[in-house]
Ligand binder design. Structure first.
Ligand code: NAD
Length: 483
């Protein structure tokens, strides 16, 4: 399962070059050097993928659940057998520590296939009896051809989180990974070929959003779109897909509060807060970037957070001791750096970090940024309202539960929220009132794949996970039979 220098599209069961013959540069963010090339695909490549998917659909939708399950399990096994190769490729492509790709990204991609390989065996539909008159039963049929589009922050993890349930439910898929991190999706194509997935069932087309993604959204034969990415992209996708009455699942941006009460388990909270602030360099949609702290422990928390943040190791993604690797791209480094400048303009104080890490040798041009803690900002300034998506957190004191809630709910986003407290009645009050689709109490990123996942407000519409995903990727049809 080797990474290659020239990546190919996976269409109709074969690895093929883009029809235009054009390629895009793929940059290693830790060295800022081009190390491979990906297809610069366009509408013609998407058309070939749709033709292949259309040809495959009658067979795949009638394939027994046991056989679909067997094939998805086999893909999962192949990913597991090639864990190291996948993890190293993910690290080079995204700049993230190999240790993270080895323990989180790739095992989760493997788990996604395994989970839906078995979930489909237990997915059932309802019957509704009208006593003495009729029986209703509901078929859950695959939709047909569906589009799956994913971002760069958790490349294979999020790509497979969509593809696995779509395939399990009997759909054929046209999928596009992020152009910023295409390598493991390319390796997945090889895994599917090795597993014997029938031609055309899954098609993976690489390229830019407007050029290769947009034709997926616009294609009249693609009936559902599962998208994860930025809120503005989601808005553009909805503007095209909604008038075509496509089924839409949009998992978008976040600006998540991490709310810390004085009665929490301080040590556990500190340990997890360091992760929820800076894991994957803060490039996880669920990171808690606004930290709200009850005033009585604010000074103690601040001193401890700054001390622990300064001890994080930023550097070579391949080294075992590295906590934070490089940011994913130069454009993203510039975006995050601009927000750090804005934080100062808005009256904030940079308590630690705030600048690039001076590196030497191979990494001297890499996109490394020190993890940054900012205080002294108002809850409604731009830095506290807009998604930064980097290793930057703000800290703010609060006096009452009501104040914490109003700060927490003040953004246009509503993806996740974390609460640290031992008071169970407060947990209930807060959980009810927090405007978010995912709430963590005294933990963070603890995921059971059966639970619904998604946001409210501008963080998206629809839910992924467990049966929610299988419901999204099927169309219910009620059949009413009179006695
Ligand atoms: P992005 O919106 O720029 O791109 C996401 C994907 O959409 C890429 O594959 C891109 O090529 C494609 N795309 C772009 N324009 C398109 C168009 N017009 N038509 C079709 N496809 C198009 O997002 P990104 O920068 O890759 O990822 C970061 C964002 O993703 C952040 O906002 C983050 O919060 C969000 N995210 C959300 C979740 C979640 O579950 N809610 C998870 C991870 C990341």
């Amino acid at each position: 399962m080797t990474p290659d220098q020239y990546l190919k599209n996976y269409i109709d069961g074969k690895l093929v070059p883009p029809q235009s013959g054009q390629y895009l540069d793929n940059v290693n963010p830790a060295t800022a050097e081009i190390y491979s090339y990906l297809p610069d695909s366009e509408a013609a490549d998407i058309e070939s993928a749709v033709v292949a998917a259309e040809k495959a659909f009658p067979g795949w939708s009638k394939t027994s659940l046991q056989e679909r399950s067997r094939l998805l399990s086999r893909i999962s096994e192949i990913i597991g057998q090639n864990l190291t190769a996948f993890a190293e490729a993910e690290s080079i492509d995204a700049g993230k520590p190999v240790s993270m790709a080895t323990t989180i990204d790739i095992p989760r991609a493997q788990e996604n296939f395994k989970f839906f390989a078995t979930a489909i065996l237990h997915f059932s539909s309802e019957a509704h009896h009208m006593v003495g008159q009729a029986i209703n039963f509901t078929l859950r049929q695959p939709i047909g051809i569906v589009g799956c589009i994913s971002p760069w922050n958790l490349p294979l993890y999020l790509f497979t989180w969509k593809i696995a349930p779509a395939l399990a439910a009997g759909n054929c898929v046209v999928a596009k990974p992020s152009e910023v991190t295409p390598m493991t999706a390319y390796m997945l194509s090889k895994a599917c070929i090795e597993a014997g997935l029938p031609a055309g069932v899954l098609n993976i087309v690489h390229g830019l959003g407007p050029k290769a993604g947009q034709p997926i959204i616009e294609h009249p034969k693609i009936k559902a779109i599962s998208f994860t990415g930025g809120t503005e992209t989601g808005r553009r996708i909805a503007a095209v897909a909604a008038p075509m009455f496509k089924k839409l699942s949009l998992e978008l941006g976040g600006k998540n509060p991490n709310i810390i009460f004085a009665d929490c388990d301080f040590e556990e909270m500190m340990k997890v807060t360091l992760r929820s602030s800076f894991a994957n360099s803060g490039q996880i949609c669920l990171c808690g970037s606004r930290i709200l702290v009850e005033r009585s422990i604010y000074d103690k928390f601040k001193a401890e957070l700054v001390k622990r943040t300064e001890s994080l190791v930023v550097g070579n993604p391949a080294a075992d001791e590295t906590d934070l690797g490089a940011l994913v791209s130069q454009a993203h480094l510039e975006k995050v750096s601009a927000y750090i400048r804005l934080a100062k303009e808005e009256g904030g104080t940079i308590l630690c970090g705030g600048e690039r890490v001076p590196m030497t040798g191979d990494f001297k041009n890499g996109y490394f940024l020190r993890p940054t803690v900012v205080e002294g900002l108002s809850y409604d300034c731009r830095v506290n309202q807009e998604e930064i998506f980097g290793p930057v957190v703000t800290i703010m004191p609060f006096d009452t539960e009501e104040e914490a809630l109003s700060y927490a709910n003040s953004t246009r986003y509503g993806l996740s929220a974390t609460v640290w407290t031992k008071d169970i009645t407060r947990v209930n009050r807060m959980s009810e009132k927090l405007e978010a689709g995912v709430i963590w109490i005294n933990c963070w990123l603890l995921r059971d794949l059966r639970t619904p996942f998604g946001g409210v407000k501008n963080s998206g519409v629809g839910r992924e996970g467990g049966l929610e995903a299988l419901r999204f990727f099927t169309a219910p049809k009620n059949i009413c039979m009179k006695y």
